[in-house]
Design a protein around this ligand. Structure first.
Ligand code: FAD
Length: 367
């Protein structure tokens, strides 16, 4: 049932908006989710959806991601219907990835990762066709089916009393002085005590309305989805030029590397190339047949880090936009809900506020 707390509009029902809306609703807010298209998002359905914290991140970003990995356990206990698999990843040697150093550094930061030999690789992934003498096993990594997670969390928020309005594209904000009092949809104004923008790559055009210039790039990424096969992969495998995992429905999902932009330039030949790598990397008694490719655009703030928080100078308005929104979904959802409802800003979010891109104070006069 809807709570008696403040009225909050959440713009966007991708994995970030869905998580914020669900956490807010659970905490007693009266939430309305406005979604231009349908629950599930735009970036979210085209994501590789790997949960991790392990690259050359600044320490504070590593810590936030690591915290969110644990938070996935909390979320999947609260919502057991979510398709979440935390079955670990193995990393094979690759250019630019020195496994000894990688494991040592991550272990020093409290990550559960270890070097394993060829025999253990074979035990974990007997169908792997790539030869290796050594690999790194990250025990707590995993993946989710992100589009379903977003749709199921949105539905769970609705079950708890949130209102979902689909096909509603927000054009701008209603303002009284320096406070946002709602959103504009065509000629209509929908009022709220608080508004949270979780609109993925569309976030900059919305917040520009209140004078905030959010620098965001949208690097593309191509993924190949095979037809479903019986289970042949137990966890994620990250190899040179090939990242792969098996989805809950049996499809193998393959991407190239952390960017994969060059393959996305021509999805047809890029898809063929990914399938060639997949055939070389994985043994399957059933044929691995390409069902489709997908190209997604990562909502990536200019410094590569999440932008989460209130806009200084504009009361009642917050944003949450990031790459790695799948990894960060549970932590960001809980932290944003808490900040909106209590004003308490979680210490792990401190480095990721909106103020770092502020060139000049926002004032109502500029709107
Ligand atoms: C190829 C690829 C691989 C990736 N791999 C990973 C990975 O392995 N691990 C990881 O953690 N992350 C990964 N990501 C990133 C991750 O998918 C994104 O960070 C995440 O999906 C962003 O979710 P979101 O809810 O912010 O945005 P979206 O999913 O884009 O949702 C935004 C929603 O807002 C709605 N909207 C927009 N404008 C308006 C408006 N004006 N009014 C109303 N509604 C509006 C849209 O319709 C959409 O539904 C990957 C992304 C891509 C593309």
């Amino acid at each position: 049932m809807a709570g008696k707390g403040p009225e909050v509009i959440v713009i966007g029902a991708g994995i970030i908006g869905a998580s914020i809306a669900w956490h807010l609703t659970r905490a007693g807010a009266r939430v309305t989710i406005l979604e231009a298209s349908k629950p599930g998002g735009v970036a979210t359905p085209n994501s590789f959806s790997w949960i991790n914290s392990n690259f050359h991140f600044p320490r504070e970003y590593f810590v936030l991601r690591h915290h969110s990995m644990e938070e996935w356990r909390r979320l999947s206990e609260a919502l057991p219907q979510l398709p979440v698999s935390l079955s670990g990843s193995i990393y094979l040697p690759a250019k630019g990835l020195e496994l000894n150093e990688f494991v040592a550094r991550n272990t020093a930061w409290g990550y559960r990762i270890e070097l394993i030999d060829a025999e253990r690789v074979k035990q974990r992934e007997p169908n792997l066709a790539l030869e290796t003498e050594v690999a790194a096993l990250a025990h707590d990594e995993g993946a989710v089916e992100a589009e379903q997670v977003a749709a199921l969390m949105t539905a769970a928020a609705v079950d708890e009393g949130a209102e979902l309005r689909i096909g509603i594209r927000v054009d701008g904000f209603a303002l009284e002085g320096e406070r946002v009092t709602g959103v504009c949809v065509g000629d209509e104004t929908l009022s709220a005590d608080e508004v949270v923008v979780a609109a993925g790559v569309a976030t900059p055009e919305l917040v520009r309305e209140v004078g905030y210039d959010l620098p965001l790039s949208m690097p593309p990424g191509l993924l190949a989805h095979t037809k479903p096969v019986s289970r042949i992969l137990n966890g994620l495998v990250l190899a040179e030029g090939l990242h792969m995992r098996q989805k809950a429905n049996g499809q193998i999902l393959a991407g190239s590397d952390f960017q994969g932009a060059e393959l996305a330039e021509d999805p047809e030949s890029g898809g063929e190339e990914l399938m060639r790598r997949l055939h070389a990397g994985l043994n399957s008694s059933e044929p691995l047949v390409l069902e489709r490719t997908s190209t997604g655009y990562r909502p990536t703030p200019a410094d590569g880090l999440p932008v989460v928080g209130r806009l200084p100078g504009v009361a009642g308005l917050g944003v949450a936009v990031m790459h790695s929104g799948v990894t960060l979904c549970p932590a960001v959802g809980a932290m944003v809900a808490d900040e909106v409802l209590t004003g308490h800003r979680h210490e792990l979010l401190a480095p990721f506020g909106t103020e770092r891109f502020l060139k000049a104070p926002i004032t109502a006069a500029r709107v």
